[in-house]
Write a protein that binds this ligand. Structure first.
Ligand SMILES: NC(=O)c1ccc[n+]([C@@H]2O[C@H](COP(=O)([O-])OP(=O)(O)OC[C@H]3O[C@@H](n4cnc5c(N)ncnc54)[C@H](O)[C@@H]3O)[C@@H](O)[C@H]2O)c1
Length: 393
């Protein structure tokens, strides 16, 4: 019999959908699976969402209190798909109960919280993962392979973006994603951290940053109903308004510890850009370009090519690329958001089963919180700020 792990999920919204599909789909892609995940119980503070979540996302029961999951000896994994302000309390309680924890990004509201989460996981020797799923796109993993093999030489510099437009309209409501006490930061934490994770993974640790942030739309319509809404909600223009107290936009220069330079830009107010996650990395012997809106493709250029042939070429990821054996048998059939989440669950279960550290784990999530904190301090002081060092337990 294959090993099974019982999953308790907290939150029954957008990410619960993605993670539930991943638990269901993972063994269909990756067989034999490292273990079989069982969708045991789902918790949402909103009873209607919890009840619907059980039926819709295939769980055996529901509750409105996440503590029921943490205290249940039958549950092996706590999967946190709730807003950022509750990540730390749930993850620490789960680790203290001996559960493995996968937590959505950003890991926490502050580096202090993130450090406590990392320390709790270490103390209890549980495995952790932060759900920075975009780095699991096979083309991003292929970029990592090129870099590790030295195909583009020593990295000189990079440019990364995460541009969206769902909050560009002033009628886009005051989601929890615009309220500092719930989200911690705006575009920076919500989407900028994904690019930070990818570039830290590909290029290396950040040493210092110089940033600026802006809040373009300072008042947004209050929401009605329990569900959080994104984008242009019709009729919202006339609703009473509340204050946005996080950034709509951030951009920053980066000095890496290995000497590479970079720039990163994140905004949810870029009309025409939907999920425009890109990076371009230049090395002494070539360049790599990735755009998530064309996520089956990686563009590479090599200096060693003949002068009259040199230029970016497109490699479509398929069965011979990272995770290819489990995914689809033909390149360019289409890698989606779902596949990145399926790969994430595959890697997490594999790490738990083999007793290995997952990647990115809470330590990485904490490292990224330290970078985000340096970005905020830099924007406030208009100066270069060194990223604080990780404290070890
Ligand atoms: N990896 C990604 O690409 C990605 C994308 C979107 C969101 N996220 C992250 O996922 C997390 C959840 O975001 P979402 O988009 O699913 O939000 P959402 O608003 O769609 O769903 C969150 C759910 O959590 C519930 N909830 C709130 N407080 C709770 C509590 N104390 N106990 C139990 N349930 C509670 C809400 O009622 C809601 O149903 C956030 O941390 C967010 O940053 C990650």
């Amino acid at each position: 019999m294959m090993k099974t792990y019982n999953v308790g999920m907290v939150g029954a919204g957008f990410m619960a959908k993605a993670h539930s599909i991943a638990y269901a789909g993972m063994p269909m892609f990756f067989w034999p699976a490292p273990a079989m995940p069982v969708r045991k119980r789902i918790a949402d503070s909103n009873p209607e969402a919890a009840m619907a979540g059980q039926e819709r996302f295939g769980f055996q029961s529901w509750t409105t209190d996440w503590r029921d999951l943490v205290e249940d000896p039958d549950i092996d994994i706590i999967d946190i798909c709730a807003p950022n302000n509750v990540h730390a309390e749930i993850a620490i309680a789960a680790a203290n109960s001996g559960k493995h924890v996968i937590c959505e990004k950003p890991l926490a509201l502050t580096p202090v919280e993130a450090r406590e989460m990392y320390f709790a996981a270490k103390k209890n020797q549980v495995k952790t993962m932060v759900a920075f799923n975009y780095r699991r796109t096979p083309a991003v993993q292929l970029a990592k392979k090129y870099i590790e093999e030295g195909a583009i030489g020593k990295i000189l510099d990079f440019h990364g973006t995460y541009l969206q437009d769902w909050s560009a309209a002033p009628s886009s409501p005051l989601s929890w994603r615009f309220q500092k006490d719930i989200c911690g930061s705006g575009a920076l934490g919500d989407i900028g951290t994904h690019v930070v994770d990818m570039l830290r993974f590909l290029v290396g640790d950040f040493h210092s940053v110089h940033a600026r942030t802006a809040t373009y739309i300072k008042q947004r319509p209050l929401q009605t109903g329990a569900a959080d809404r994104l984008g242009n909600v019709k009729g919202g223009e006339n609703a009473p308004k509340g204050t946005v107290n996080v950034d709509d936009y951030c951009s920053f220069m980066v000095n890496c510890k290995n000497g590479a330079y970079g720039t990163i830009e994140a905004t949810r107010n870029a009309w025409g850009r939907n999920n425009f996650i890109t990076f371009e990395i230049h090395g002494t012997e070539g360049s790599i370009y990735f755009n998530y809106e064309h996520r089956d493709e990686l563009q590479v250029c090599f200096s060693k090519d003949a002068d009259d042939r040199r230029g970016f070429r497109t490699v479509y990821t398929g069965p011979s690329h990272p995770y290819g054996e489990g995914l689809w048998p033909i390149p360019a059939l289409g890698i989606g958001y779902t596949e990145t989440k399926i790969i994430e669950i595959y890697d997490f279960l594999h790490a738990i089963k083999e007793g290995q550290e997952a990647d990115p784990c809470f330590r990485d999530g904490y490292a990224i919180e330290l970078i985000a904190d340096a970005v905020i301090k830099s924007a406030e002081t208009r100066s270069w700020v060194d990223v604080a060092e990780i404290e070890e337990p």
